[in-house]
Write a protein of this length. Structure first.
Lengths: 299, 343
């Protein structure tokens, strides 16, 4: 009876798992911990998003821009204004809701623009190498050496305050970061055997990029973009804070902090409330990014 | 190696030998190479600033003369300021002047050189203070955390650094003001001038330095802790050291930390230039008379020479930071020294 010869090339590269020395109970708590680390920040984000985008559809909120001076400086938990009102009587909770909308709109739009352009540049540089890589890397180097906030401020000041201009100004700075990350990831992927296989089977360059490179660098890009959204929310707040962001009647977290600054000693909650929302949102984004990175095994 | 021996042989033979030794010193050659490589980046950054500033609607002359100025007066001032020339010509003039050590004049008429001379030291002192403190704290906390991964100290350090990473510096600055300046009254709310005695300097700069340094501390701690933990688990020399019976603390500090410093130093060097944003905001909040405030004024007035000067300073700081990081590599890792003397 002929014994089948095991095919060496088909053998699994990893040795069979050793019998686990960890008790199953410990494994279960580990798995639970990992799930919690993903779903707690995700839940927080969903809550904040729902608060900003769905809440105003369900319940009518006081106007985030007009208030009655009679109701000025109400403390939190006042009837009709559960987070109180600011110095001119505008409801704080509704400012938080509409300011949060702006923060999410700006940060997601900015990150998507930066991701699309940055990834295109980074993948081209990483895949083709040679002079393409040299030119693109040099440009990215300069953009990275360029102080982001200065660029954003200069653009926002020159074009005048508006949500679109803020997006434009911040997108310029998010491009080089995505370019660097996607170039590095592409360089790693390019050396893998399936790339050689694809090339040997006569797949065209652009098809390799779209079907083989992009899907494989996506996990890294997505986790990076979550961190990027957090950074952009803080930067957008900074622009608002300095008065170059959303034009005055519109609500924004940064502008709320700047307004609250005037009565900081008397009513610190005007600064604290938007700061806390800002902190929770960005912490949730960062933790979600970390959890996904751990789950997908991204460096 | 042959070169090193040759230099060592000639080293003892008088002044000519020592001159050759300096010229052949790998550290000096590294400095030279890095400074040469920095020139295109510096030119690129300043040129880009010029392009952006020129592409945007520009009403410097109108701003100086006021809204009632006649169009001919505006045109005349534009001419005297050289703003009617094409931007590459203006950039060329600016570049030539910079190479002669003259950074131009601001819109207000003062020279950029004197503006920087009065305000740059303040910013540098503030930055140095926050960098040194955040680095020292980060190293201590990261080592304590890496001693027992997933222990109490580790969890605490991860939480604090996650908050530091996510907190907006301006919001954190107000928290500091409310707690330490208003409630506890330990520090002044407004820094104003930094004072001359060390005590008044500390009093005026501690809060702004904390506001700048806390996010840095968070980044450094996370990075160093992750690197230390990975080394303690993976590296062969750690196993060897442990097997030899080196006490755990010494393994951590003399073996792991020494290697982890590379990552940290790289990040510190890279971060220097990007700090300008945080510096500008924090200086405005605490009214520290540094170049961050100058920058915001310059942006408001569309003051190209002033902005160019400040951007140049921070780009230079990035370049020098990276250079310093490379030199520190050579100090920390003997292989790099020998390697570069071969080439």
């Amino acid at each position: 009876m002929a014994v089948p010869i095991p095919d060496a090339t088909l053998a699994t590269p990893t040795p069979p798992p050793l019998p686990s020395l960890v008790s199953s109970r410990r494994l279960r708590t580990q798995r639970l911990g990992r799930a919690l680390r993903l779903w707690v920040p995700a839940g927080f984000l969903i809550l904040v998003l729902a608060m900003c985008f769905l809440w105003p559809m369900v319940y009518t909120l006081p106007s985030p821009t007009n208030g009655n001076i009679v109701n000025a400086s109400l403390p939190p938990f006042s009837p009709g204004h559960w987070l109180g009102t600011d110095q001119v009587g505008v409801d704080i909770f509704s400012q938080i809701v509409y300011g949060g909308r702006v923060a999410f709109e700006v940060s997601v739009a900015t990150t998507v623009i930066g991701m699309v352009i940055g990834c295109a540049l980074g993948v081209l540089a990483g895949y083709f190498g040679g002079w393409v890589d040299a030119v693109i890397s040099r440009v990215l180097d300069i953009l990275i050496a360029f102080p982001a906030l200065v660029l954003a401020l200069v653009i926002a000041e020159g074009l005048g305050p508006s949500e679109f201009h803020v997006i434009l100004a911040l997108a310029v700075f998010s491009i080089p970061a995505f370019g660097r990350v996607s170039r590095g990831a592409t360089l790693v992927v390019r050396g893998l055997p399936y790339m050689t296989a694809a090339r040997l089977s006569g797949t065209r360059g652009w098809r390799i990029i779209v079907r083989h490179v992009l899907p494989n660098i996506m996990p890294g890009i997505v986790t990076f973009s979550l961190l990027g959204i957090g950074v952009v929310i803080i930067l957008e707040g900074a622009l608002d804070f300095l008065g170059y962001g959303i034009p005055p009647p519109g609500a924004s977290w940064g502008a709320m902090i700047a307004n609250g600054q005037q009565v900081l000693t008397a009513q610190p909650e005007y600064v604290l409330i938007p700061s806390i929302f800002l902190l929770i949102t960005v912490v949730a984004l960062n933790m979600l990014g970390d959890a996904l990175r751990e789950r997908w095994g991204v460096q | 190696m042959a070169l090193v021996q040759q230099i060592q042989l000639q080293g003892g033979s008088g002044a000519r030998g020592s001159a050759r030794r300096i010229a052949g010193s790998p550290a000096l050659r590294l400095v030279g190479r890095r400074l040469l490589a920095a020139i295109p980046v510096l030119i690129g950054v300043t040129f880009l600033t010029f392009v952006v500033m020129s592409a945007l609607p520009n009403n410097t002359a109108q701003a100086i003369l006021g809204l009632n100025a006649s169009p001919s007066a505006v045109a005349a001032l534009n001419h005297t300021l050289g703003l009617d020339q094409p931007f590459w010509q203006r950039y060329w003039h600016w570049l030539v002047n910079v190479l002669h050590g003259n950074l131009g004049t601001t819109v207000n008429g003062s020279s950029v050189n004197s503006e920087l001379a009065t305000h740059l030291p303040v910013t540098l002192e503030l930055l140095a203070y926050s960098l040194v403190v955040s680095l020292l704290l980060a190293i201590i906390v990261a080592v304590l955390a890496a001693r027992r991964p997933n222990g109490v100290v580790d969890r605490l350090s991860l939480t604090v650094s996650m908050i530091g990473l996510s907190a907006a510096p301006y919001a954190f600055a107000f928290l500091l003001i409310v707690v330490f300046a208003v409630k506890l009254n330990w520090f002044p709310v407004i820094s104003g001038s930094l004072g001359s005695t060390p005590l008044s300097f500390l009093k005026a700069t501690t809060l702004p330095a904390c506001a700048i340094g806390f996010p840095l501390f968070a980044v450094y701690t996370r990075l160093l802790r992750a690197d230390l933990v990975e080394q303690m688990q993976r590296e062969d020399y750690i196993v060897t050291a442990k097997a030899k019976g080196v006490p755990p603390w010494q393994v951590l500090i003399r073996h792991a930390l020494r290697n982890s410093m590379f990552t940290l130093i790289t990040v510190v060097g890279l971060n220097l230039g990007t700090l300008i944003g945080a510096v500008a905001i924090i200086e405005t909040i605490f009214t520290v008379p540094g170049i961050g405030q100058d920058l915001l004024n310059g942006i408001q007035n569309h003051d190209v020479p002033l902005i160019e000067g400040i951007v140049l300073v921070f780009a230079l700081m990035t370049v020098l930071g990276n250079l310093l990081a490379d030199l520190m590599y050579a100090v920390l890792d003997p292989r790099i020294r020998y390697g570069s003397s071969n080439s």
